[in-house]
Design a protein around this ligand. Structure first.
Ligand code: P5A
Length: 450
């Protein structure tokens, strides 16, 4: 993409309404525009990052054997009356009446709808296990929408639902989700720690939230600092292997890590003092096992091996896709702007032409651009007639992890400069060497794009 043809409405001033750094940078980098409280338009740069996250989520869900689909945003109130949640959900639910006077709602989650789809189409235990998921907009009429996309009213969520014959199988689904979520967050360059939490209006006994540690997080968390030393890394995972998934779940949840709702001071104080941490975190996902809470009242049964109908065991599992963008920025920025991890960056590299209009510099930028595109990479070429300082400031603000600077002086020596946004280190090399280096850097971050 050439910047002169793109739509990147960068703001020079810091917007007064933004209290936290991720919100400030998302507005300043022209990623989002607020349309009303907690409701945002996703401008091209923000939309691009949202799509990147979505693709990673899809890849990791499908790798775990979960099946993508799409349900609508608007739902009929009748389904929610069946589960008993229509009245329970309270003021967070946006209720709508259509022209026929029918009660509708903008879905805050989809347990009822997926249970309805299941009961209409699945009749035998032989069709289990089954996990369906979608990535769709949700609406929760939060009392205090704030911090930009972090606590929105309209927000983008991946929600998945497992249907199993037995509790044991449903607990495997729970563990499988936990592992797939760990992989997902790590690919996004994030450490998200599973913490024992409260199940709130979704219900059930077993639940973990995934928290990214950040001072601006809305949740207070208590943990053993040793949990921050564990990572999944490049392990080979067999998602059908119950023992392996359980072992990983146990490894990641054995140490003390809880949100304030489930915090137990007596247990906490048994951790050696030097490892006790009280901090804040951003909840970027939550998994639930709730057994037959929805299947029983809604009649979602299958014929068991003995021919008798049995209600299925269920769980639901959510990732806050739009919130994750805020969490990534909170975890990865400096005083000049965002620093995208390679896995989620909207463009792979910026090209800065120091002397637009100089025929050698223009030609070198054009051929660098073409060479990167030919390798399947997406450069953002700043081809505006602006001072170098302004171009660098824009690149730093929007946070592309790598920048290639091209100018007449370097070209006389046959070199361009490759700069790392995170370390600020620059290296001179031939344009071809810069292309090769970027290809190598991004090799582990290719997304199939589905
Ligand atoms: C699990 C999937 C559920 O709704 N039902 C389907 C279950 N869980 S949850 O924890 O309530 O939400 C899942 C994730 O969505 C994000 N999230 C939000 N993001 C932005 N703004 C909001 N107002 C908001 N509310 C929830 C969180 O990341 C949460 O973990």
């Amino acid at each position: 993409m050439r910047l002169s043809r793109y739509f990147l409405p960068v703001l020079k001033e810091t917007p007064a309404e933004a209290q936290i750094v991720s919100h400030r940078y998302m507005l300043r980098a022209g990623m989002i525009k607020q349309q009303s409280a907690g409701i945002y338009s996703w401008l091209p740069l923000g939309f691009k990052v949202l799509r990147k996250l979505e693709n990673i989520v899809h890849e990791e869900q499908m790798r775990a054997g979960h099946i993508p689909m799409l349900m609508p945003t608007l739902q009929s109130a009748d389904l929610w009356r069946e589960s008993g949640r229509y009245d329970d959900y309270g003021e967070e639910m946006l209720r709508i009446t259509d022209r026929q006077g029918r009660d509708m709602l903008y879905g805050p989650t989809n347990e009822e709808m997926i249970t309805d789809i299941f009961r209409a189409n699945v009749g035998s235990y032989k069709d289990l296990p089954l996990t369906l998921y979608h990535i769709q907009w949700k609406f929760r009429d939060e009392i205090r929408p704030r911090f930009g996309v972090m606590r929105g009213r309209e927000f983008y969520m991946k929600d998945g639902y497992n249907f199993d014959l037995t509790k044991e199988d449903a607990l495997h689904a729970y563990n499988r989700h936990l592992v797939s979520y760990l992989r997902t967050y790590e690919r996004m360059g994030l450490q998200a720690i599973p913490m024992r939490a409260d199940s709130g209006p979704i219900g059930g006994d077993d639940t973990h939230e995934f928290l990214v540690l950040a001072e601006t997080g809305e949740s207070e968390v208590f943990y053993d600092s040793a949990v921050t030393d564990i990572s999944l890394g490049a392990r080979d995972i067999d998602y059908d292997n119950h023992d392996q998934c359980r072992a990983i779940m146990e490894e990641f949840t054995a140490l003390y890590a809880r949100t304030d709702e489930t915090h137990d001071e007596a247990v906490f104080t048994q951790i050696p003092e030097a490892r006790r941490r009280v901090a804040r975190g951003i909840e970027v996902g939550q998994i639930f096992y709730f057994g037959t809470k929805y299947s029983e009242p809604m009649g979602a049964t299958v014929q068991g091996p003995d021919g008798k109908p049995v209600p299925v065991h269920m769980g639901s599992h959510g990732i806050g896709v739009s919130r994750l963008i805020g969490a990534i920025i909170e975890a990865s920025h400096d005083e000049r702007g965002i620093i995208w991890p390679e896995g989620v960056t909207p463009f792979h590299a910026g090209i800065v032409n120091l002397k637009q209009g100089d025929s050698a510099a223009d030609a070198a930028c054009d051929s660098l651009y073409a060479a990167l595109v030919a390798q399947g990479l997406e450069p953002l070429y700043d081809d505006r007639k602006e001072r170098a300082g302004g171009k660098f400031a824009t690149m730093d603000l929007i946070g592309l992890p790598w920048r290639v600077t091209v100018g007449p002086r370097g070209l006389e020596k046959g070199v361009v400069e490759l700069t790392c946004r995170r370390t600020g280190e620059s290296e001179e090399m031939s344009p071809q060497a810069a292309v090769d280096r970027l290809v190598q850097i991004y090799a582990p971050h290719r997304v199939s794009g589905l």
